[in-house]
Design a protein around this ligand. Structure first.
Ligand code: ASP
Length: 435
């Protein structure tokens, strides 16, 4: 694995970790120095150098990877086994993550015991921020129609009327389903299917080669993006009134990343999880820097196959699906954030309401797109469901605004866990679908 790295890979894998550390230090210095123009410049440069090139490759890569993965499986019954096992893993890990989040936030109580003046300041500025964020007010307007609407939205994405429209709108789920249908049909179409599959496979290989070129930029892009994100907010937020809330989210994510998911890997035969994690560091660094599972996907696929010892079949199936559906970090985050907001508003949730939080945080994580702040937008599903089970809107949806200011830093952390969960799936499912 790591021992097989060439010169370029070594620069990327080592450089990306160095870039994260340097980015945090420089970002904090920029924040303290009030260098807002430099921070914006870094953000634009990071976007142009790393995020946009990855986003350019991701949709064609998802399509060709899924078709190539499915056709190489051959027998559709193997697809059934792989599909069921992967879905069970996704669901189980997300439920555990949301339960861990709900438990930690209830035990620590970051929203209890704050000075009344802090609570008033937080809630007033939070509602103002919410009203100034059109993405959130729109989500609130549609989300308040209830859980049924949330399910329906996911179902509509799953059965797209036009897969190309889903692609153009940046909703990869519809395209993945279309690619699965096409892959199965090609696998069953004999010679005609084989030649089409070969073309798509060739395209997939070419796209992965192009991903290799973008890998060179990861250390520089990651440095710019992390400096910009830290430079905007500053690490001192960790000491403010939201500090305990942020620590609970980050603590929960650390437990899930270093204890829970590795345990799943060990128990389900995925080998040594920490060796694997080290081999995957460039993708994990990309996730942290971009806060986007989708933008990271090209890197995830490439490193799982080249350095992680995952089979192409398992990787090409699990990674694209995981980047869209499997979000452990987001599930944990949503559970913590919502319970924290209820605590701030003086509502202690009972066991039954916490169960609603866990179930809906998982649903909200499935429904979140793999882009920055998506988890913040789908949080409205969880708030609405808990309010419904309480019988009245004890928490105004606009309270989400309270956590907007510190969202980016938490997004970087939860996206890293989201991507780590997807890699674990590729690793475990390699047993079911070896090359
Ligand atoms: N940014 C996350 C991701 O891309 C989604 C979220 O906002 O939680 O995985």
């Amino acid at each position: 694995m790591a021992g097989m790295l060439g010169g370029k890979e070594r620069w990327v894998a080592t450089g990306s970790i160095g870039a994260l550390i340097a980015g945090m230090i420089v970002g904090e210095l920029l924040h303290r120095g009030g260098a807002t123009a430099t921070v914006s410049g870094f953000s634009v440069a990071g976007d142009l150098l790393l995020v946009r090139p990855l986003m350019m490759l991701v949709l064609p890569l998802i399509f060709t990877s899924v078709v190539a993965g499915i056709t190489s499986l051959g027998d559709p019954s193997r697809l059934g086994k792989l599909g069921l096992s992967t879905s069970a893993y996704f669901l189980a890990t997300m439920l555990v993550a949301a339960t861990l989040g709900a438990t930690l936030v209830t035990l620590v109580g970051p929203g209890l015991g704050l000075a009344p003046a802090d609570v008033t300041a937080l809630t007033t500025s939070g509602i103002e921020r919410f009203e100034a964020a059109p993405k959130l007010t729109q989500a609130a307007a549609s989300g308040e129609q209830g859980l049924g609407t949330a399910w329906l939205q996911i179902a509509r994405q799953l059965i797209p009327a036009n897969p190309f429209a889903s692609m153009a709108e940046g909703q990869p789920l519809g395209m993945i389903i279309f690619a699965i249908v096409l892959g199965v049909a090609l696998a069953l179409s004999g010679d005609a299917g084989n030649s089409a599959a070969r073309v798509l496979n060739g395209l997939n290989e070419a796209l992965l080669r192009a991903v290799g070129w973008v890998l060179w930029i990861i250390p520089i892009g990651a440095f710019l993006l992390v400096s910009a994100s830290v430079g905007k907010v500053g690490l001192a937020e960790l000491l403010g009134p939201l500090g305990l809330y942020m620590s609970v989210v980050i603590g929960g994510l650390i437990i899930h990343m270093f204890i829970v998911l590795p345990t799943f890997q060990i128990v389900l035969g995925g080998g040594n999880p920490f060796k694997f994690m080290w081999a995957m560091r460039e993708a994990l660094a990309t996730a942290f820097a971009t806060a986007s599972s989708s933008a990271t996907l090209p890197v995830t696929i490439r490193v799982c196959e080249t350095e992680g010892g995952c089979s192409q079949r398992a990787t090409r199936f699990c990674a694209p699906l995981g980047a869209t559906l499997n979000m452990d970090g987001t599930a944990l985050y949503e559970a913590v954030a919502v319970v924290f907001l209820f605590q701030l508003y003086g509502v202690q949730l009972s066991f039954g309401e916490l169960a609603v939080v866990v179930a809906t945080a998982t649903l909200a994580a499935v429904g979140a797109a793999g882009i920055p702040s998506a988890g913040l937008v789908t949080m409205v599903i969880v708030i609405t469901a808990v309010n419904a089970s309480l019988g009245s809107a004890k928490l105004p949806v606009g309270a989400m605004g309270i956590v907007i200011g510190v969202d980016r830093l938490l997004d970087m952390c939860r996206t890293t866990v989201n991507v780590w969960g997807d890699m674990g799936a590729a690793r475990i499912m390699t047993r079911i679908a070896p090359d």
